[in-house]
Design a protein around this ligand. Structure first.
Ligand SMILES: CC(C)(COP(=O)(O)OP(=O)(O)OC[C@H]1O[C@@H](n2cnc3c(N)ncnc32)[C@H](O)[C@@H]1OP(=O)(O)O)[C@@H](O)C(=O)NCCC(=O)NCCS
Length: 174
C-alpha cells in the first residue's frame, strides 16, 4: 500500500467531488466551484491523500485572524474563500474533510488532520485551529477530541440535514 499526501490541484476535482458527495448530505455537500476556488486561493491549505495513486481523501482550510468573539457567519457553507481567507492570519480554519467511504476507519482521516496541522505550524506559524462539526459526525468528533480540540460554542440547527443538527464549534490552541 503506497500512501502519499500533496496539495490539491485542479485536476483532482472529480475525485474530490466523489468524496464530497459520498461524505455529506445533499444539502450540506459543497460545490465544485467552491472547491476549485480553494485550490486556487490557498493550495497549501488543501491537501489530498492518495492510496496506490488514487485520491481517496481531502482536507481543505483557510487562514483567519484569531478572535475571541466568533462571527458565526464565517462558517457559512459555500462561502467564497476570497471573502474570509487572510494570508497572514494566525488561526487555521478547517473548512472540510472527507475520506471515500470504503477507505474509512483506517486512520487516513487522522493522518490528514495531523499532516495539515504540522505543515501549517511549520510554514505559516499558526497558533490555533478552529472548525465546526455536526453533533452526529462521530468519527470526526473523535479525531478532534483526541487531538486536543475543545468545544467553545454550539450553533443550534446549523446543518440543514434530515434532523437540522447542531454545529459544534471546536478550537485547538497550539
Ligand atoms: C470523518 C472522516 C474524515 C474520518 O476519517 P477516517 O479515516 O474514517 O477516520 P480514522 O480512521 O482516522 O478514525 C478516526 C477515529 O474515529 C474512530 N471512528 C472511525 N469511524 C467511526 C465511527 N463510524 N463511529 C465511531 N468512531 C469511529 C476511529 O476508531 C478513530 O478513533 P481512534 O483513534 O480512537 O481509533 C470520515 O469518516 C468521513 O469522511 N466522514 C464523512 C464526512 C465527515 O463527517 N467529515 C467531517 C467534517 S467535520
Amino acid at each position: 500500500m503506497e500512501i502519499s499526501i500533496r496539495n490539491a490541484e485542479r485536476k483532482d476535482i472529480e475525485a474530490i467531488m466523489l468524496i464530497e458527495n459520498s461524505s455529506f448530505h445533499e444539502n450540506i455537500a459543497e460545490s465544485r466551484e467552491t472547491f476549485l476556488e480553494r485550490t486556487e486561493v490557498f493550495p497549501d491549505g488543501f491537501l489530498v491523500l492518495m492510496v496506490n495513486g488514487r485520491v481517496i481523501g481531502y482536507i481543505s482550510s483557510e487562514l483567519w485572524e484569531y478572535s475571541e468573539d466568533i462571527d458565526v457567519r464565517q462558517f457559512q457553507l459555500e462561502h467564497s474563500i476570497m471573502d474570509t481567507h487572510r494570508s497572514n492570519g494566525s488561526e487555521l480554519y478547517i473548512s472540510s474533510i472527507g475520506i471515500l467511504e470504503e477507505y474509512r476507519g483506517s486512520g487516513y482521516g487522522k493522518i490528514l488532520v495531523s499532516e495539515l496541522e504540522k505543515k501549517m505550524i511549520y510554514n505559516y506559524g499558526i497558533n490555533s485551529i478552529i472548525l465546526i462539526v455536526s453533533e452526529n459526525w462521530t468519527a470526526a468528533r473523535r479525531i478532534y477530541e483526541k487531538n486536543g480540540f475543545e468545544r467553545i460554542q454550539t450553533i443550534s440547527g446549523f446543518f440543514h440535514d434530515d434532523n437540522n443538527s447542531d454545529a459544534i464549534v471546536m478550537r485547538k490552541i497550539i
